[in-house]
Design a protein around this ligand. Sequence first.
Ligand code: GDG
Length: 462
Amino acid sequence: MSDSNYRRLVIISNRVAMPKAGGVPGGLAVGVLGALREHGGMWFGWSGELTNGSASDPEIIRRGNVEYATISLNEQDFEQYYNGYSNKVLWPVCHYLLDFIRYYADDFEGYRRVNSIFATKLKSLLKPDDLIWVHDYHLIPLAAELRSAGIENPIGFFLHVPFPSYEALRAIPGHEYLLRCMCAYDVIGFHTTGDLAAFQTCVREPIVGAEFLDKNRIKVPGGELIADVFPIGIDVDEVQQLAEEAQKLRQVQNMVKSLGGRELLIGVDRLDYSKGLTQRFLAYERLLEKYPNAQKVVTLMQIAPPTRTGVRAYDDIREELEQTSGRINGRFAETNWVPIRYLNKGVARKPLMGFFRNASVALVTPVRDGMNLVAKEFVAAQDPDDPGMVVLSSLTGAAQELTDAVIVNPYDRDDVADGIATAISMSIEERRERYESMMAILRKNDITAWRTRFVDALLNEE
Ligand code: GDG
């Protein structure tokens, strides 16, 4: 290990996964924490608390060699930056759902203001040798803000959502500003080659007028940057272990008992219109119509913890799902069977991995997703001797890697219904074969590979 590996890493994201006694962090938090523990470092972001006055100074707690530094935001700033421009403009455009855009000039101002607040509060905590890694669409202007505050450290940016093609991007009021801000980073990472290609097309436009050098190096006004693909992965061993251990949990055993021998189809998604939940319920209804025998053998359990409550589109999707699941249940339910178990709440990580292991099929059918970690976790949680199968939307980043899943178009009800039927009736030999090849990919592109490759790219930019 070279000395450079000991350089402190500073990670910035909208929220910080605070250490909790007994808490098991999931997905992204596992990767970020792994990198922080290896290098020693700091995780900086919003505390989740709101203030009446101006943003608070950072509150810092230390656990081992990791510091957690959080600030509280003024309610209006938060509303405009997070619920507003980030989630009513950037989120829908990055997911190609332009009808969901709700743009207000004040929100854009709030977005810029909060990024400037982040830079000011962070600056006093930075050391000259720090490596800085910024996460996601909430914080695109952060490097530009830090640069104008005189920070010269290497700064990387990873986008967790898809990067839209230029034709979609230019629907964003302020896209010129965002593209120019991206040029202040030294390394920019995307999940897929498609996202990278979209970014390259956008910076080729006169707004930036980039020049392409070799090995993903791009010459932009004011310097050079590296833009590359870093598909996020999971901690395969951790998921396997949790799934095995969870077999002993009463919560998992009771759930299995309640199925009465039926095959479990499972969906787990934040309650978000990008996850294709209404389309999924309608495809499941199509399955029950088209394959009446399925009525006797399957149950769909959809776990959908609410997010971004208070944003109109999220309240609407919740109502739509309640109506759709209620209608389908009313249409098909029997005295001893309900077709859809719809849970509008989260489940702890360990029992969740246990549910995955006991499910025959995962329905992962977003209408667009940067990667989708649920698909990866489901595969890793399976019993190698009798693995379940994933029905996976072609419009997720995960579909680029998990090509042995049953790939479907989430907008085509018949395609999804047929995909579920194929997955349920797949022979054990074929399931095992597909499982082995998907597991090999999960191990190759795991969470350690993701963060190590990104941090190495940042170190090379000295
Ligand atoms: C963004 C991008 C990209 C979900 N419900 C429960 C629960 N979860 C966990 C899952 C998984 C994580 O949350 C969700 O990750 P996804 O990747 O599926 O989706 P997003 O939240 O939209 O994440 C996405 C990701 O960032 C990483 O770059 O893949 O494309 O949109 O780990 O297991 N965990 C628990 N209970 C739940 O009810 N415990």
